[in-house]
Ligand binder design. Structure first.
Ligand SMILES: N[C@@H](CCC(=O)N[C@@H](CS)C(=O)NCC(=O)O)C(=O)O
Length: 348
């Protein structure tokens, strides 16, 4: 039986955790698939699908990164919510507090203010949360998929026929690469056949103990549950540090989906999880030189750095989680500078 914290205000914090003090992330509700299969309900089409996301949310951030790396900006439009989740859920940036980054309104439904309205438009009987990312079909007015791990798989390959090989560079805003570690645009494959088993294996434990592990640590109501998950987070960070001591990327010497999925957690670690979720046994900037080296390498892949918006990251965690940060004070630290030059693994 879990031990309660002496200090928790249970009535406030239980919003996030069950009676055993555990945070359980419910499964995503909409799981349709965009594919090139003949007769599919959701074929790839330019301008048909719309991504609703947040720069603060690590799951939505994955989809923003893969959209940018693949050069899908002209094919799939993006609308970003205000980073602070309101009591009605995600809201468009009605007062234009994050100009340039966010959508002040829903371009497809000018009368909508909240993400919840999209869910109810799609399914009037929707029950459950109103999460981002949302991949929306403007033709049939419904949520195609709201599970980031599946949206990035679709972005990785389903639209390739709409991207011409020659404009792969142009599609990612003039970025060209001679770097053997990655391609951009149509030529990029983040989930290559030969690496799938290795990517799946790493994704599984990284999801459980790192991506979602920080939430299980931060949202618990119980001291011993907190300690258990916190230890698991750092056990896995130690394991990742050791992998990245030998290897430039998580699966060999090329950028894959496994890197994208880990990156959105690592970039939030020092500026957010170390404080708000009490994941503070170590920090990326001070204690994990190879993870830091790798994070800089990923950040510096063209277009990735532009998707990292620290003010949104700090706002979602410190500004919108009143149960664990009641006064909404946002700390000053931004975590390590990821634009700093990188070095090769093994040379630290
Ligand atoms: N499994 C989902 C998780 C998405 C998710 O939990 N998003 C959070 C933000 S980080 C959210 O939208 N929360 C709003 C809410 O729960 O009301 C995915 O990977 O897409």
């Amino acid at each position: 039986m879990a031990t309660s914290s002496k200090y928790a205000n249970v009535s406030e914090t239980q919003k996030w955790a069950n009676k055993d003090g555990e945070f359980n992330r419910p499964p995503s509700a909409y799981r349709h698939w965009i594919s090139q299969e003949p007769g599919t309900a959701f074929p790839p089409e330019a301008g048909r699908y719309h991504l609703y996301a947040s720069y603060g949310c690590p799951w939505a951030h994955r989809t923003i990164i893969v959209r940018a790396l693949k050069g899908l900006e002209s094919i799939i439009d993006l609308s970003v919510f205000h980073p602070v989740i309101t009591d009605q859920g995600w809201q468009f940036d009605l007062n234009r507090e994050f100009p340039g980054d966010t959508a002040g309104e829903d371009p497809l439904h000018l009368e909508f203010q909240y993400a919840r309205q999209l869910y109810f438009k799609s399914n009037p009987d929707h029950v459950g949360r109103f999460t981002v990312p949302i991949l929306w079909d403007s033709k049939t007015e419904q949520v195609v998929n709201n599970e980031s791990s599946e949206i990035i798989r679709m972005f990785n390959s389903a639209f390739d026929d709409l991207l011409s090989p020659s404009n792969a560079g142009a599609a990612v805003r003039g970025a060209h690469t001679t770097d053997p570690a990655y391609q951009l645009g149509q030529a990029l494959d983040l989930y290559p056949e030969a690496q799938r088993a290795a990517i799946d294996e790493i994704n599984e434990w990284v999801y459980d103990t790192v991506n979602n592990g920080v939430y299980k640590t931060g949202f618990t109501l119980k001291q011993d549950v907190y300690e258990h998950h916190c230890q698991r987070v750092f056990g896995s960070l130690d394991r990742l540090e050791s992998i990245l001591t030998q290897s430039e990327f998580l699966v060999g010497d090329r950028l894959t989906e496994a890197d994208v999925r880990l990156f959105t957690t690592i970039v939030r670690f020092d500026p957010a999880y170390h404080g708000i979720f009490k994941c503070n046994l170590k920090s990326i900037g001070s204690d994990y030189p190879h993870i830091l080296r790798w994070a800089r390498r990923v950040y510096q892949v063209p277009t990735v750095g532009q998707t990292v918006k620290i003010p949104h990251i700090k706002a979602i965690y410190y500004g919108g989680m009143s149960s664990i940060n009641p006064n909404g004070i946002i700390p000053l630290g931004n975590g390590p500078d990821l634009s700093h030059p990188t070095i090769k693994p093994g040379t630290l």
